[in-house]
Unconditional design. Structure first.
Length: 567
């Protein structure tokens, strides 16, 4: 009952704050009377009111991580994932001409990030407060400023020099003014410094922000800005922060990669590699998002990468194989990045074999594959070309698809609903046909800190960078293949690190940011994404501003669409 009451109070926070948010509304909203303003609501003068406001700062991450909108903004339209057979946002995956301010995913993410930012600003405005202890005031400020920095980073990386809101919306706002990316980063870094100063060191065990989380995110932020400015001090800080956490002994790499994605380790609080994560559970009540920010329930990563297996001979939909939403299929490029003879990760992160799951085969099944057997192979998808012998063996037993059945020679998909499946988010504990799972969404894992420190070290100490990345690589080797996984100094380049990030972090909602940060988005999409290669342009390095925002403001001559977009 206590959890239900707290959920209701957090819902009140979000609903109250959403009333005053000019970004999410149509023009008619500008005529309404604003009803926000936490200072006049007695609830927010109480300790539980302030705590509820702080809790609401966390909610925005759940509208992005593990959601269809979040995957669409970060994994679609990159070199790693192509448009699946039931993709709902081809504008993002293919950079079509209708990727503009009316695209719904872009609008949802803008709305939710600015709403979340306003909640953070409202919470910060309540602090310090006499109803809290000195330690509570310090901790609450650190947490709220961390989340403000996080949402601001997302906003400016996605849209560039847009609106930098640092005060709670306390009245009807009819104008929007741009601030530079540099101004955004000044606030982001200052807020993260406050968080690091105010918060206790230690691993987050419950999803609450700790100093470790703030340091990890600041390492990512510093590296991002260093790439844009070539500021060596930012590279140095990124390296120092990342190494501090790597060497803290609070985190460790799984030498058996299968354990990393074992459902028993899906709680970020116990996962040895999870540093920054967004909480999800198997509870309907806990997972339901509030109406004003709803884009789904729970972590939906378990369904968006699943291929359509349930219409094949010998197969029917079940819990083990999941619900086949087929939003994204791996690119040929992604699959070919792995050497499964020495690297554990391919066989764990991807699924290429489905077994007959019907209790009894039908006449139609046996007419298609006369030698098919219950419990034996039903579908086998290969990332290489099949031999004549392999094709002859499969012909009467199961459906065999090799790389040339799924892709053309240059990587264009032939089949969009049957493919090797990115499988690391699977959850065998869910209910039948469930479209979300209990997995926490990992925002930063320990491997990313190795990559950050390595990239920063590359600037002036390549030998140390190679030593560090090899420390990581041997943990992902098949036992006995450790030396083969290591690289020599001349092999360590930005392209190698992007390949390694792909092998380790594919699907974890980082790829679009990584390619943009290294100015590789256009190059890699043109080389490896055959759906988008002819469409992507330089202006796609930022997303379009939602048309609802442009329609709502009165200073339309000043605040206009990002360059290149049609509207």
């Amino acid at each position: 009952m206590e959890g239900v009451i707290m959920k209701a109070k957090v819902q009140k926070i979000i609903l109250t704050l959403s009333i005053g948010l000019f970004m999410v509304s149509c023009e008619d909203f500008l005529k309404e009377t604003n009803k926000s303003g936490l200072s006049v609501d007695p609830f927010f003068t109480t300790k539980i009111g302030i705590e509820s406001s702080l809790n609401a700062c966390y909610s925005g991450a759940r509208t992005f991580y593990g959601t269809e909108d979040g995957f669409g903004m970060t994994e679609s339209g990159t070199d790693l994932f192509l448009r699946g057979g039931d993709n709902k946002a081809n504008q993002l995956s293919d950079y079509t001409v209708d990727l503009n301010g009316s695209q719904s995913t872009v609008g949802n993410v803008w709305k939710n990030l600015y709403l979340s930012l306003n909640i953070c600003n409202q919470t910060i405005a309540l602090l310090p407060n006499e109803v809290l202890s000195e330690d509570e005031n310090k901790s609450y400020e650190g947490q709220a400023k961390f989340w403000r920095a996080f949402y601001l980073w997302m906003i400016t990386e996605i849209w560039g020099d847009v609106v930098l809101n640092l005060e709670p919306i306390s009245g009807v706002v009819t104008e929007a003014h741009r601030s530079s990316v540099e101004e955004f980063y000044k606030v982001i870094l200052d807020d993260l410094d406050t968080a690091i100063t105010n918060l206790p060191a230690g691993k987050s065990t419950d999803g609450r922000v700790t100093q470790d989380v703030a340091k990890a995110f600041k390492a990512r932020v510093c590296l991002t800005r260093a790439c844009a400015t070539n500021d060596q001090s930012l590279y140095d800080e990124a390296k120092t922060l990342a190494l501090d956490l790597i060497n803290s002994t609070r985190y460790s790499l799984y030498t058996n990669y299968e354990e990393m994605w074992d459902i028993n380790n899906c709680d970020g609080g116990i996962n040895k590699e999870a540093v920054f994560f967004v909480n999800y559970t198997s509870s309907d009540l806990s997972n339901n998002n509030f109406d004003v920010t709803a884009t789904g329930v729970g972590n939906c990563g378990n369904v968006y990468f699943v291929m359509k297996y349930d219409k094949e001979a010998g197969m029917e939909r079940d819990v083990l194989n999941g619900r086949p939403f087929q939003r994204c299929l791996p690119s040929k490029h992604l699959l070919q990045l792995y050497d499964e003879n020495i690297d554990q990760r391919y066989k764990v992160a991807f699924k290429d074999t489905w077994y007959v799951n019907k209790a009894e085969l039908s006449e139609t099944d046996l007419a298609t594959y006369p030698l098919m057997s219950v419990g034996d192979t039903a579908i086998y998808v290969m990332k290489r070309a099949a031999t004549i012998g392999e094709k002859e063996w499969a012909a009467q037993r199961y459906r065999l698809l090799d790389v040339n059945d799924v892709y053309t020679s240059d990587g264009e998909p032939i089949l969009r609903s049957q493919f090797v499946e990115m499988h690391k988010f699977a959850d065998p504990t869910i209910a039948f046909n469930q479209a979300w799972c209990q997995r926490d969404a990992y925002v930063i894992r320990l491997p990313e800190l190795y990559f950050i420190a390595t990239e920063a070290l590359m600037q002036n100490d390549k030998s140390a960078a190679v030593e560090l990345i090899n420390r990581f690589l041997v943990t992902r080797a098949i036992p006995g293949k450790e030396e083969e996984m290591k690289i020599a100094e001349d092999k360590l380049t930005i392209d190698f690190l992007l390949e390694e990030r792909a092998r380790e972090l594919c699907g974890e909602q980082l790829r679009w940011f990584d390619l943009k940060r290294n100015n590789k988005l256009i190059e890699y999409v043109r080389a490896y994404n055959m759906d988008a290669k002819d469409n992507i342009q330089e202006y796609h390095m930022v997303r379009p501003i939602p048309q609802t925002q442009l329609d709502a403001v009165t200073n339309k001559d000043e605040f206009q669409q990002n360059p290149g977009y049609t509207k």
